[in-house]
Design a protein around this ligand. Structure first.
Ligand code: NAI
Length: 480
């Protein structure tokens, strides 16, 4: 705690560097800057107390300061143990007008290379406002903060936290420890937090899936806006963002030439499409695995071989998972991969790769090459290189998506925060998406920033295709 701000970051002296990069990023984030201008005298988030769990990067710094400029008070944590950019975290704590000695920014609890207990501690701090009142808005990426509040509320209602033995995942044991401590020390804490929240805006595919599951079970504690399925989010960030940041992560992690190699991409959804293009753009021969015949056929039409993992592992030089599913590459798969082939995941959680099974594999040895790069040596002497311990490698080995594409995603986030904060009484405890005219607004700002010229419909043309001259230009079912 310094100058009344509680925080936990790696090094406040990095703030100046962070501020310089934030300044450059602002120019590349025209959507967020347009929202700042649009709301400059309105402060629609005045009174909002936003707890945010999302990769603490330079781009997220611009998001946080946009929320603040719209009137919100904010507390932040990262949604992944490796994704924080320490200079961005420091700059946000110091703030644009503060100093290291006298920070005037936003409480941040995030540093690169957290342990799992530290991660859940940071998540709890981000949700624990010093005056005891709690947040009234949640901004989540992957749903961990939402999960903690829901589990805490359930256990408080039942009066008991199940024992760690009920679940065999190490991560779950840590969550239960966090909850057990708060149940003992602050009874009713999570119920109160859940009751105070007007709504959550969720960033990614995996978090959205969790929200729909909670809503279907009738357990969702507050309304939710699915930001991921704004077209200007998932069809841009998940695809073009990955096209940029996947090879960035592989290059920074290994510096191995991608051209001419065989790269297997597991999953051909939005992220998989960007991943395949990223690798083939470098000259790799890309092979796709899919469970869904529609996405598999798309991959084939895009020119990629579609195969089962087992059939192509012996020739793969690079294997990347993008499924958002679990158990996609198991330890037995890893054991038959080529010597020094590269294995990485870019989906939200590390359970796409069987890291626990790898660690237990008889006779396997782990050699740490550098942070977030490990060589795993099998008893026969051959080895594979695993990036970011199986966590999303674009944020673990590199700096995630670049600013311009995140400006699209985060513009939707800000619009969703304003919508739920100001109109929460109109929303049931379900999952909603933003209306199409707002999606088109976000796209228009970014198109103009790129110097694109939009063709204008005549009144007659608009009538002929059955839309308004000003949009929305597509029916809800249109798939882009
Ligand atoms: P999506 O649902 O569009 O695509 C996933 C694809 O994987 C689907 O086509 C599905 O049929 C396929 N799939 C599922 N199980 C499979 C299996 N066992 N083998 C092969 N294919 C399988 O989801 P999207 O939007 O592409 O997101 C994927 C993951 O990436 C999610 O966890 C999401 O949260 C995450 N994500 C990560 C980002 C990053 O910066 N690293 C950015 C955006 C999303």
């Amino acid at each position: 705690n310094r100058n009344g701000i509680d925080f936990a970051v790696a090094d406040l002296t990095l703030a100046e560097f962070g501020r310089k990069e934030i300044r450059l990023a602002e120019h590349e984030m025209p959507g967020l800057m347009a929202l700042r201008r649009e709301y400059s005298e309105v402060y629609p988030l005045r009174g909002a107390r936003v707890s945010g769990s999302l990769h603490m990067t330079v781009q997220t710094a611009v998001l946080i300061e946009t929320l603040v400029s719209l009137g919100a008070e904010v507390r932040w944590a990262s949604c992944n143990i490796f994704s924080t950019q320490d200079h961005a975290a420091a700059a946000i704590v110091v703030g644009p007008h503060g100093t290291e000695e006298e920070p005037k920014g936003v409480p941040v609890f995030a540093w690169k290379g957290e342990s799992l207990p530290e991660y859940w501690w940071a998540t709890e701090q981000m949700l624990t406002w010093p005056d005891g009142e709690g947040p009234n808005m949640l901004l989540d990426d992957g749903g961990d903060a939402t999960l903690l509040i829901h589990k805490g509320t359930q256990y408080e209602a039942a009066g008991v936290v199940p024992s760690a033995e009920d679940d065999d995942s190490d991560e779950w044991k840590v969550i239960l420890e966090t909850l057990r401590a708060s149940l003992a020390n602050s009874p009713g804490k999570w119920t109160k937090i859940g009751e105070g929240i007007r709504g959550v805006t969720e960033e990614t595919t995996t978090g959205v899936l969790r929200l729909y599951q909670l809503a279907a079970a009738g357990e969702l504690l507050f309304p939710a806006i699915n930001v991921n399925d704004s077209v200007t989010k998932s069809k841009f960030d998940n695809k073009y963002g990955i096209r940029h940041s996947l090879i960035d992560g592989i290059n920074r992690g290994t510096d191995v030439l991608i051209g001419g190699k065989v790269a297997v991409v597991c999953g051909y959804g939005d992220v998989g499409k960007g991943a395949a293009e990223s690798l083939s753009g470098q000259g790799a021969r890309v092979i796709v695995t899919e469970i869904d015949p529609i996405c598999a056929l798309q991959a084939a039409m895009d020119g990629y071989q579609v195969a089962r993992l087992e059939s192509v592992l012996p020739i793969a030089d690079i294997v990347i998972t993008t499924t958002g599913n679990k158990d996609v590459v198991m330890a037995e798969h890893m054991a038959v991969m080529k010597h020094q082939s590269i294995l990485g995941n870019i989906g939200h959680f590390d359970n796409e790769l069987d890291m626990a099974g790898l660690a237990r594999y008889p006779g396997v040895r782990r050699i740490n090459i550098k942070p977030q790069v490990d060589e795993w040596v099998f008893p026969d002497g051959h080895s594979i290189i695993v990036l970011s311990e199986g966590r999303l490698l674009n944020l673990g080995n590199a700096t995630g998506h670049p600013s311009f594409v995140m400006s699209n995603s985060f513009s939707n986030q800000v619009i969703a925060q304003v919508e739920l904060f100001t109109k929460y009484e109109e929303y049931d405890k379900e999952v909603f998406t933003l209306p199409k005219h707002l999606d088109e607004k976000v796209a228009k700002i970014h198109l103009e920033a790129l110097g694109g010229e939009l063709t204008k419909l005549t009144k007659e043309q608009a009538e002929y295709i059955g839309v308004d001259v000003e949009g929305p230009f597509k029916a809800a079912a249109y798939r882009y």
